[in-house]
Write a protein that binds this ligand. Structure first.
Ligand code: 3PG
Length: 356
């Protein structure tokens, strides 16, 4: 992958920057600006070097998915950018920074359409991928575009690859903490990290599948219905499960405090900790164990352990506690983080490696 910082001359150069501004917006208000904050170092770098920027992103909200509030927010943060609905108008723009409307308004984006990618490429001299969280998608602005324009990895993008790759060759003891739901998306991670990590703690709804497999009564708890043949892990002494649970209406809603204490002991022993996903039903308000885990991990970071964390609800927890800077690295990725950890690469990385 070519590094944007290796481009010697950027003065007057038009740069198409693919960002991930897919952030929660309610009534035009940005609810969580973590990804926006993480885009600022690259925007500042390019601006200081005299480059002109065309910023592009997707956004998915239930109604009116527009990037207009993001443009307003960027201006509030001191990034003077002009919002442009019609991407063709950006062709001859004299603006220093332009933010184009939602890429997913165009059919070609999700289809990884070459003609659309070529049109996007024609807007600029070079392309930078600073959108790690969407780089697990084979979309035109992530993949096909690299065939038509010199392509570089952005600053945060490279940080993501560097820090997440450390999990493939970690310090030991290595504790992997995996929570959340959707067993089918997380199983490849258990399969991969059972051999790399020293302990794998499974929390959240994922644990219910293990409880069910060993014959525990799980009542109405959330569980993935497929048979994942989890007995193959039962011989491993690496898997740790919650030892107590908070039950409501016959369903497991959160880990109990004995489990948090057990995790605290494991965290104190570990030199490297990777955490993705909440330990309870976070979105319905069962947050106690997840909030405690975030605090315990931030303390471990202070003591010198390497802590790598990520995932949508995990970042929300960290933001709620204002702990964003208290870990070795906080990934901006959700699905992209999981895919990268499972496969060691992503379509967006491969596109940058193969591209112009
Ligand atoms: C994310 O939020 O994980 C990325 O922006 C990708 O979004 P998507 O799942 O809608 O492709």
């Amino acid at each position: 992958m070519k590094n944007i910082k290796d481009v010697e001359k950027l003065d007057g150069v038009k740069v198409l920057v693919r960002l991930d501004f897919n952030v929660p917006v309610q009534n035009g208000i940005i609810v969580d600006d973590f990804r926006i904050q993480k885009s600022l170092p690259l925007i500042k770098y390019l601006s200081d070097k005299g480059a002109k920027m065309i910023l592009v992103s997707h956004i998915e909200t239930k109604d009116n998915p527009t990037l207009e509030p993001i443009a307003k927010y960027l201006n509030k943060l001191g990034v003077e950018c002009v919002f442009e609905k019609n991407y063709k108008k950006a062709l001859n723009t004299e603006n220093k920074i332009t933010l184009l409307e939602n890429l997913r308004d165009y059919e070609g984006e999700k289809k990884n359409d070459k003609d659309f990618a070529k049109e996007l490429a024609s807007l600029a001299d070079i392309y930078v991928n600073e959108a790690f969280p969407v780089s697990h998608r084979e979309h035109a602005s992530v993949c096909a575009i690299t065939e038509f324009i010199p392509s570089y990895a952005g600053i945060q993008f490279q940080e993501e690859v560097k820090h997440l790759s450390s999990a493939f060759n970690p310090e030991h003891p290595f504790l992997f903490i995996l929570g959340g739901a959707k067993f089918e998306t997380k199983l490849p991670l258990i399969e991969k990290f059972i051999s790399i990590a020293d302990k794998v703690f499974i929390g959240g709804a994922l644990a219910n599948n293990f409880f069910k497999e060993r014959g525990d009564r799980i009542g109405k708890s959330m569980v993935s219905l497929e048979n994942f043949n989890l007995s193959r892990f039962s011989a491993s002494n690496k898997i740790l499960l919650p030892i107590d649970s908070l039950i409501k209406d016959d369903a497991v809603m959160d880990c109990g405090m004995k489990t948090v204490d057990m995790l605290r002991v494991e965290i104190e022993k570990a030199k490297y900790i990777l955490w993705n996903g909440p330990l309870g039903a976070y979105e319905t308000g069962y947050r106690a164990s997840t909030l405690q885990l975030a605090e315990i991990l931030s303390e471990a970071t202070l003591r010198g352990s390497r802590t790598i964390v990520g995932g949508g609800d995990t970042i929300a927890t960290i933001a709620e506690l204002k702990l964003e800077n208290k870990f070795t690295f906080v990934s901006t990725g959700g699905g992209a983080m999981l895919d990268f950890l499972a496969k060691g690469t992503l379509p967006g990385i491969e596109a940058l490696e193969k591209g112009l």
